[in-house]
Write a protein that binds this ligand. Sequence first.
Ligand SMILES: Cc1cc2nc3c(=O)[nH]c(=O)nc-3n(C[C@H](O)[C@H](O)[C@H](O)COP(=O)(O)O)c2cc1C
Length: 165
Amino acid sequence: MKNTVVLYGSTTGNTETIAKTIARELDAAIFDVATQPTSEIHKYQNLVLGTSTLGIGDLQDDWDAFLPAFKKTELAGKKIALFGLGDADMYPDSFVDGMGIIYKAIRDKGCIIIGQTDIDGYDFDDSSALVDGKFVGLPLDEDNQSDLTDERIESWVEQIKREFD
Ligand SMILES: Cc1cc2nc3c(=O)[nH]c(=O)nc-3n(C[C@H](O)[C@H](O)[C@H](O)COP(=O)(O)O)c2cc1C
């Protein structure tokens, strides 16, 4: 999908690895938010945003620095899918909160957020990435459930391909 880009921020490399897989499966461009200016974003109609969660429920550092400029870019009419890396065993009360932080920053920008997923199969207590009992995007837990990652990505990529323009 030539009109699609994956934007990711990654501290220890997990989100980067997943972003590469998703970009390959979508045949999409890929940007690291640590190095990429927002000026290229207007070229793409479909965006996939991937982040990890650090601290206790904090957005990944590069995303944290990128988000103010990203919020100022024109997102109206674009279709956006989110994925988030987290650790439900160590951080059960802030599971994939980074994904929730990005969601809240963009939900009123006129974009269409797609790719919501069910909570089934995840063992956590709370997450700011939940809306109406569903995750706002795809959570992945490389620390505890890496064996499920491939099938989760495969099914989610099929889902977002159907919903993207
Ligand atoms: C210091 C630290 C704090 C973390 N805090 C959270 C958290 O609050 N919620 C969560 O779901 N995961 C948390 N994690 C887990 C990471 O999000 C997870 O390991 C992720 O795969 C890292 O991805 P990255 O290598 O792309 O940064 C934390 C990890 C570390 C090392």
